[in-house]
Ligand binder design. Sequence first.
Ligand code: NAD
Ligand code: IPM
Ligand code: MN
Length: 358
Amino acid sequence: MSKYQIAVIGGDGVGPEVVAAGMGVLDTAASGFSLAWEHLPWGSDYYQAHGVMMPADGLNVLARFDAIYLGAVGRPDVPDHVTLWGLLLPIRQRFDLYLNVRPVRLLPGVLSPLRDRGPADIDMIVVRENSEGEYAGIGGRAHAGHPAEVGIQVDVFTRAGVERVARYSFELARSRRGRLASITKSNASPHHFVMWDEIVEAVHRDYPDVQLDRILVDAAAAYLVSSPDRFDVVVASNLFGDILTDIGAVIQGGMGMAASANIRPDRSQPGMFEPVHGSAPDIAGTGRANPVGAVWAGAMMLDHLGEKAASSAIMKAVEKVLAKTEVRTPDLGGTATTSEVGQELGRALRAASASGEK
Ligand code: NAD
Ligand code: IPM
Ligand code: MN
């Protein structure tokens, strides 16, 4: 029986709360395999105690795991660039997790804020480039505090980096409805985004069966709201993918609904699986956090580990609970707590397995 070693970084705010619910659901779904969870107490508390977000050998520690399950990082009393560049972003970079795969799907029983839109209209996957672009971390400041102060942040796009995310996205589109939207701002940024467009078009020659739409990011943001049904697979740079998937989260029911997988297809390094949302300090500690994004991310983790049956059983349980019960957190109009939603998902999984549902 396979036993997967999973590093758990609950992190800050609602992170530990949603991850706890997710772990319970994944343990219930585990059949024919088991999950060995190891909690790593890294994050802003660790920073307050030690002056760093994780130990100096933290990335080497993570390298020994099969996957990383992360809640969220960030607390109002520590600067965000310190927390994120101290933990989350180095993990993505060290393991070269160049794909950030973010499904945007409105589940039955969840109300979208988009009037008259249902599950048939909102079903896409955003593939966010996750290793470079606006998040390359190149830049600096000079003449600090003087009137002549400058701040420089350089976007870095490489041919290899764009080509690999494009190829993955075309493959994904081919396995779905055959439509890929590539998002840039190549009207205003005539260097890297024009290069991006050229590379995507070159890769397109290998996928003539996929329809390629080139859309500028401002228009794409508007289309996500006005006509989400035009999107199947979306590929975007690191920053544009970040922004568009917050819009995506909201049209699929709210920040708490969205999941993400930081992966590389060859599985040579541990992937990191996390909800799209942050630490939500405004609701931390109240039991109001919606755990569905974290649970969904857990299902993506199982899928990536090769446990497809357990992964799809979790998603069926999520759909059933949202479509057939009132058990939901306040963001979805309910009164249930984070852990009550987790327990209800566990019940749905056990009921499905008892009735022999596949
Ligand atoms: P956020 O996603 O934490 O919160 C935005 C809004 O969504 C808030 O109103 C919040 O209450 C709501 N929300 C978020 N998750 C929810 C859930 N599970 N259920 C119900 N409502 C939910 O974004 P923010 O406020 O911009 O950031 C807060 C902190 O989190 C910052 O420090 C930021 O840097 C950090 N952050 C971390 C990650 C990450 O670790 N992956 C991602 C985004 C932001
Ligand atoms: C996300 C988050 C991170 C990002 C932040 C916290 C650095 O917003 O995963 O969407 O921008 O990648
Ligand atoms: Mn984000």
